[in-house]
Design a binder for this molecule. Structure first.
Ligand code: GDP
Ligand code: ZN
Length: 317
């Protein structure tokens, strides 16, 4: 039988078949993942193939195989084992929820998220929430910010979870798709989802947020279905994707507007810092590339300098 993983709690997987029946499934032996040292071979969102069997009186499923993933997002293990944890697979849309203030979402946070999403091959939509709280000046600021991202091709929607403004647009994008909502704590992720479908009981606040940062807490992702035909993966693990390890030369590929220009740099391995005849620096000087985007790029590049690159995501796994 075929189905999609809706929940995973360590060794058991809740799998829903296409005729809407749930089965508790276990893995048959070890399903190996190519080139990825992962603590969990199967994740929420995976499409699996399983056999129905009896475990005493209970009907259970044994997962034999899973389909190649369209994409997946991972979290690095906090210890030094270089293991990864697959948070979710086969994501159609990631909504990044942004607020100008309360809390403030920095452009660095946005750019880091977008670069990760590009690297993970996850389509991203920017939701500017709490429009109802903005005065005219703030609204202007927000429009300016959104314009930076619209210009480079990201879909941006101004919304309010409180008044419901433009939530119909968000809903329309979600139908028949698997979505995740990311963004800082307090930006309104749960409020948005609740405003769209009051019956979905999204677990409040990330468990990890109640603990000291960096502490390892096991959190399980779960897929929910809305009455309007959308699937949402709820997990505290994707407020931000975190930055995956990559070669420094790669980073520019994940800044869309850089990627389209980089073939015009004199050096093919240009990092766009001090190299002569750099098309990115030129575009920056002409205000074609936003300064905030360039600043984020430099910051992430510097961090890549500091980290151990021996573990990398295999984009084709
Ligand atoms: P989460 O941590 O991202 O899930 O954020 P919550 O959904 O818990 O929202 C955090 C706070 O912001 C709550 O007090 C919400 O009532 C409030 N909030 C969320 N969306 C809006 C909005 O559009 N307008 C206003 N005024 N408040 C909002
Ligand atoms: Zn360059």
């Amino acid at each position: 039988m075929k189905g999609i993983v809706y929940k995973s709690t360590g060794s058991w997987y809740q799998v829903k078949t296409f005729d809407n029946t749930f089965y508790s499934c276990k893995l048959k032996g070890k399903i190996r993942l190519q080139g990825l040292k992962s603590t969990n071979p199967i994740a929420v969102g995976d499409k699996v193939d399983f056999e129905v069997t009896k475990d005493g009186d209970e009907t259970i499923g044994i997962i034999k195989d899973f389909e190649a993933r369209k994409n997946y997002i991972i979290r690095k293990s906090v210890n030094l084992s270089k293991q990864t944890h697959i948070i979710a697979a086969n994501i159609d849309l990631a909504f990044l929820v942004i607020t100008l203030n309360n809390p403030e979402t920095s452009t660095t946070f946005i750019d880091r998220f977008l670069a990760s999403a590009e690297a993970f091959d996850v389509e991203c939509v920017l939701l500017f929430n709490k429009l109802d709280t903005l005065d005219q000046n703030e609204f202007g600021e927000l429009k300016y910010l959104a314009e930076i991202y619209r210009e480079i091709g990201y879909h941006c929607i101004g919304i309010s979870a409180s008044t419901g403004k433009n939530l119909d647009q968000v809903k329309a994008l979600m139908i028949d798709k698997i979505s995740v909502f990311a963004g800082h704590s307090g930006v309104g992720k749960s409020s948005i989802i609740n405003a769209m479908d009051a019956n979905i009981n999204i677990k409040t606040k990330a468990i990890s947020e109640q603990h000291a940062q960096g502490q390892h807490t096991t959190t399980f992702a779960e897929m929910h279905e809305t009455a309007f035909g959308a699937k949402i993966i709820d997990t505290p693990g994707i407020r931000g994707f975190g930055m995956i390890d990559m070669e420094k030369e790669e980073l520019g590929d994940y800044f869309r507007e850089f990627f389209t220009l980089k073939s015009e740099c004199k050096f093919h391995n240009c990092l766009h810092i001090n190299e002569p005849k750099c098309a990115i620096k030129q575009a920056l000087n002409q205000d074609i590339i936003a300064f905030s985007r360039y600043k984020s790029y430099c910051q992430i590049l510097e961090e890549l300098d500091d980290q151990d690159n021996s573990f990398r995501k295999n984009p084709h796994a």
